[in-house]
Design a protein around this ligand. Sequence first.
Ligand SMILES: [Fe+2]
Length: 313
Amino acid sequence: MIIKDQKDVTTAVLSELERAKNPRFKEIMSAAVRHLHDFAREVKLTEEEFQQACAYIAALGRHTTATHNEVVLMAGSLGFSTLICLLNNGNKGQTETTANLLGPFWRLDSPRTKNGASIVRSPTAGPALFVDAWVRDTEGNTVIGAEVDVWQSSPEGFYENQDPGQADMNLRGKFTTDADGHIRFRTVKPAGYPIPIGGPVGELIRAQGRHNMRPAHLHFLIYKPGYKTQFSQVYVNDDPNLDSDVQFGVTESLVGNYVRHESDTPPAHDVKGPWYSLEYTFIIEPGLAKLPRPPVTAKAEGDRPKLAILERS
Ligand SMILES: [Fe+2]
């Protein structure tokens, strides 16, 4: 159709979309066009602002490389990733869920590790942490033989693949749930870390006066045929940034009870000073077991990167 005024242009685009053969494509794109056009009307977007927005989206692409995905970082920084997670887990958003964001640092082929063993593979300072985790189904039944990948940052705030100073696969392991649906391992207490702010995400966060920290957490990926593969993160309850996570990942059900022990006998002889323990139960749902595409495939070389930290204003 030939367009008469600003209202007509939305009708013109939507009527062309009617030609699309794939009904789901038509549904998604029609809603996207309606919301996008209405958004511009609501804020009365100027031509200059529109040009800025286009440049901004182009910059998301330019800052994305084989080892860094600025688009995923942006989705997290807008709370969109958590929204998608909560809409698609917990019986499609009906109930609480232990699912969470995958994050950018999962690697394929974590070393298989025996229950009870340590995932500390090169000297890593920090208080010892002993983790007991269980996997149950939505009926509360034990899930036996599930593969559970675990990964975390060091107490200095680096995943091993970012940090040439750590052994390959340090603070990573793959466990299998036993007859009680249980895994256990030793590690060090994780620390919070800043997300990169060298690109458009940094600009957004500065403009909002936010900090760029993620609260400390352990990552989990639970895989068993017959169940929807679950990504999860269990956050450290004493982290100061729990309620201001730059990626909006912290949900109530994922704040773990990391218990500090001052004088209790530790589970291993070589533990010096205070140590921590964590018990946590994951609930997985029936569905498709499918591993994600690993966001990173290689380990950093050269110097350890510098971590840039913003203060919250
Ligand atoms: Fe993480």
